[in-house]
Design a protein around this ligand. Structure first.
Ligand SMILES: Nc1nc2c(ncn2[C@@H]2O[C@H](COP(=O)(O)OP(=O)(O)O)[C@@H](O)[C@H]2O)c(=O)[nH]1
Ligand SMILES: [Mg+2]
Length: 459
């Protein structure tokens, strides 16, 4: 029944809105439209033209809504099938009724991501482009949007296809050798083969290395706020959020569990994690909180290390400084409104290498200074990677590239130890299949089920 039946679902989110779109796709799309919708004053439906009309209940002839309809005939539609859209008024009840009418006439309610899945199965887009649609819908920053748009434009697919073509070309050379086994491969040919394999492996490795950056762009950077109790960590979180998200008190050890909140910073999205103060714990609950703080710090992309400038440096501060070694982030010398007992120079002498800002978390004017500092830290995470360079951001892509890299590594070893070409081609085949799984040239139902189940209904 798959692909032969006609599906329907709202393409827009629920909740009151000016408009809502109900989408129908499949061979009976146009017929079903005509059963529930009629053009006003005899208006005829022409492909790709919005026409005003009314939706009727075919059972009772009662009018349900005034709606625009548009018909996109196969194969030049999103799914590659006949597609009809009804642009109705955006009330949940109206949308439910209209969808119900279409189902009543013989359509099936679509599964999650089924429209996009059909687009993939009909060759309208490859799997990486389908995933990019989900990323586009979920994007929360300019950079995430750009990454998703590149994916949708097929930038990743093209890069992966080129890598795959190269691995197929090497295999073709080897196969020529299998066909003429009497002719020994001359040494220069072997060197050339090894060089091509090593170069291909390095290029797969380059794409693989972009994963952390891509993931950071897609999901946002994780910023852990660390420091001894009462340094002002929760106040820094609240300052950045512009709201009293975390409880702030003069009692040391107030924050026990991790508190996460996300903010948009320039073209980036960041998740801030407020943690328990780091010190020798007074009790078991606090100790658990401290362990969580240390784990959050270890996993974060950036650290905001907060120090209380109104107190002298203590062993707890030195512990925090140790955590920052080799890490990106910012030092905050907080409570600049109080007389200073700790200076930037003292922090530096104690081993703090991160750039340090002196400010007061209680003053609103500190917020833009802190945001600027954080933005600069974000940029430093990219190192010298050009801002427009392609990154992979999905675990599925990372795994496939890792498989390809390992297979190419084995192929290199096999050539070096003069294994028969048949052995090398097995590894090359594996590499090429792993690459093909990214674009979905080779795939299976389970993988498709997993990918499309993260879509919403109607997408
Ligand atoms: N004077 C002054 N007090 C601050 C500043 N930042 C935080 N505090 C106070 O220091 C205490 C501890 O702050 P809090 O944010 O809970 O620290 P945390 O334990 O590190 O999360 C509270 O009484 C805050 O009001 C600041 O910049 N200046
Ligand atoms: Mg706190």
């Amino acid at each position: 029944m798959y692909l032969h039946d006609t599906i329907v679902a709202p393409a827009t989110a629920s909740g009151p809105a000016a408009l809502a779109i109900v989408r129908i796709s499949g061979p009976r799309a146009l017929e079903l439209l005509h059963r529930v919708w009629r053009g006003s004053s005899g208006a005829e439906l022409a492909p790709r033209k919005l026409v005003l009309g009314r939706i009727y209940d075919p059972g009772t002839e009662a009018a349900l809504d005034q709606a625009l309809a548009v018909y996109m005939p196969a194969p030049r539609s999103f799914t590659g099938e006949d597609v009809v859209e009804l642009h109705c008024h955006g009330g949940d009840y109206v949308v439910r009724r209209v969808t119900g009418l279409v189902v009543g006439q013989g359509a099936r309610f679509a599964e999650r991501g089924e429209f996009t899945r059909r687009a993939f199965l009909n060759g309208r887009l490859d799997l990486s482009q389908a995933e990019a649609i989900a990323d586009l819908v979920a994007a929360r920053s300019d950079r995430a949007l750009k990454l998703a748009l590149d994916g949708l434009a097929g930038v990743l697919a093209a890069r992966v296809s080129r890598l795959r073509a190269r691995s197929i070309a090497v295999r073709a050379r080897l196969e020529a050798q299998i066909d003429f086994p009497d002719e020994d491969l001359p040494a220069p040919c072997q060197d050339e083969l090894l060089a091509s394999l090593a170069e291909l492996r390095a290029d797969v490795g380059l794409l693989l290395d972009s994963f952390r950056r891509g993931q950071r762009i897609r999901d946002g950077a994780r910023v852990a706020i660390v420091g001894k109790p009462n340094a002002g960590k929760s106040s820094i979180l609240n300052l950045l959020l512009g709201s009293e998200r975390a409880i702030v008190t003069a009692v040391p050890g107030t924050t026990r569990d991790l508190i996460e909140a996300s903010i948009s910073l320039g073209g980036d999205w960041a998740t801030l994690i407020d943690t328990a103060g780091i010190r020798d714990a007074a009790n078991e609950v606090e100790e658990i909180g401290i362990q969580r703080a240390l784990k959050a710090a270890a996993e974060a992309d950036l650290l905001l290390a907060v120090f209380d400038s109104s107190t002298s440096l203590e062993p707890d501060d030195r512990h925090v400084i140790q955590l920052t070694h080799g890490r990106a982030g910012l030092g905050i010398l907080n409570k600049s409104d109080l007389p200073a007992k700790t200076s930037r120079e003292q922090l530096r002498a104690a081993g703090l290498q991160m750039p340090t800002l002196r400010l007061s978390a209680l003053r609103a004017e500190s917020a833009p200074v802190l945001r600027d500092g954080l933005s600069t830290s974000f940029q430093s995470l990219d190192g010298d990677t050009p801002s427009d360079s392609l990154s992979i951001s999905r675990e599925r892509h990372r795994l496939a590239l890792e498989q390809a890299e390992q297979s190419l590594e084995r192929a290199c070893k096999a050539v070096k130890s003069s294994m028969p070409p048949e052995v090398v081609t097995v590894d090359l085949n594996a590499a090429s299949n792993a690459l093909a799984s990214i674009t979905g040239e080779i795939t299976n139902e389970d993988v498709l089920d997993r990918i499309f189940s993260e879509f919403c209904v109607g997408k």
